[in-house]
Design a protein around this ligand. Structure first.
Ligand SMILES: [Zn+2]
Ligand SMILES: [Zn+2]
Length: 338
């Protein structure tokens, strides 16, 4: 079986994202893929025959080797290696993973994601999902190109078109809305009411004083629009890292219980939010949970295995996890809980 050079490079990008490989390396392969795609198969084949692939911008020895092997009808050795080395093992969470019907937290190139909506959706389909909730950022998160009301409305149009094409799979409309410093939400009431599922997260002033942070989070959790509280501590475990925010978890989780707002189990390897002790506390409050990847690239949509292992280790029952629901039930719950 021959693989097109652009497809081989695209698969390499996917596999690198699956293990959160260094961004610079991933971007190099993504650029090579785009260059090859833009150059066209015939011209790429001609350059390969002439031994001149590295004349193309962004093509170095490694990517040229991948392209050459693909054109010669081989599975590129670099790709073969990555396929084997980046497999994510699911442990005790295997049964739960099989019970998940979708992912409630995903990003696209509309904000700071690395792939168009359609590509994210097709990946979700390949992973066996019935739906994904598209949750791009809200306007105040300017570093992530958050969507103002106008752009969000335009996105809803694109989603409607894609849903016709991809049925019975469904892209559910959503947002990862910023919880502003005073606890208000960073999008219009009208749009928040219109969306299928709303994830609310803190992205700024993470070092806020405990009492203020508690009030801020409770305000968001109590909003009738908010369905899921995203990565509640905001901690980061890799690189320079970031300590968890401080807040009174008893009060925040009491509010989640009161308003039936789900707590996100964020599967990103560098977040793993909430930490184990807070997760146990949330279980004591009998909260609902959402096992979300917070994927910013297709390969990252496989990360649900991490959250499933964690949830199973903590003894969370599948019926307390909102994404074990089918799309209709999930949307109905989001519309009238609390
Ligand atoms: Zn976030
Ligand atoms: Zn996110």
């Amino acid at each position: 079986m021959t693989v097109r050079p652009a497809d081989a490079l695209d698969r390499i990008v996917y596999l690198m994202d699956r293990v959160l490989a260094d961004g610079t390396r991933v971007r190099a392969f993504a650029r090579a893929r785009d260059v090859v795609e833009a150059t066209g198969d015939d011209e790429v084949a001609r350059l390969h025959a002439a031994g001149k692939l590295t004349d193309l911008p962004g093509i170095g020895p490694t990517t040229a080797k991948v392209i050459g092997e693909a054109l010669d009808g081989e599975v590129p050795s670099y790709l073969e290696h990555l396929e084997a080395e980046t497999v994510l093992d699911v442990g005790e969470g295997a049964e739960l993973r099989a019970a998940l019907r979708g992912d409630c937290h995903t990003h696209s190139t509309w904000s700071d994601g690395g792939a168009p909506i359609e590509k994210m959706a097709r990946t979700a389909i390949a992973l066996g999902h019935d739906y994904m909730v598209l949750t791009d950022h809200s306007p105040r998160l300017t570093v992530a190109h958050g969507l103002n009301a106008e752009r969000l409305v335009a996105q809803l149009d694109e989603v409607a078109g894609l849903n016709e094409e991809l049925a019975p799979f469904r892209i559910l409309t959503g947002i990862e809305v910023d919880i502003l410093e005073d606890g208000a939400l960073d999008q219009t009431e009208e749009l928040l009411a219109r969306l299928d599922v709303v994830v609310a997260s803190v992205h700024s002033k993470l070092r806020m004083e405990r009492r203020e942070m508690t009030k801020r989070m409770v305000s968001a959790v109590a909003s009738p629009h908010v369905d899921i509280l995203g990565h509640c501590t905001g901690r980061k475990l890799v690189g320079r890292g970031r300590p968890p925010s401080t807040f009174d978890a008893e009060i925040v989780f009491a509010a989640c219980a009161q308003f039936d707002t789900a707590l996100e189990i964020n599967c990103r390897p560098e977040r793993q939010d909430p930490p184990d002790d807070l997760l146990d506390l949330a279980i004591d409050w009998d909260l609902r949970f959402a096992i979300d990847t917070d994927a910013h690239a297709p390969g990252q949509m496989e990360w649900q295995v991490h959250g499933c292992d964690k949830a199973t280790r903590h003894g969370i029952e599948p019926d307390r996890i909102v994404n074990t629901m089918g799309a209709d039930d999930l949307v109905a719950w989001a519309a009238d809980h609390g």
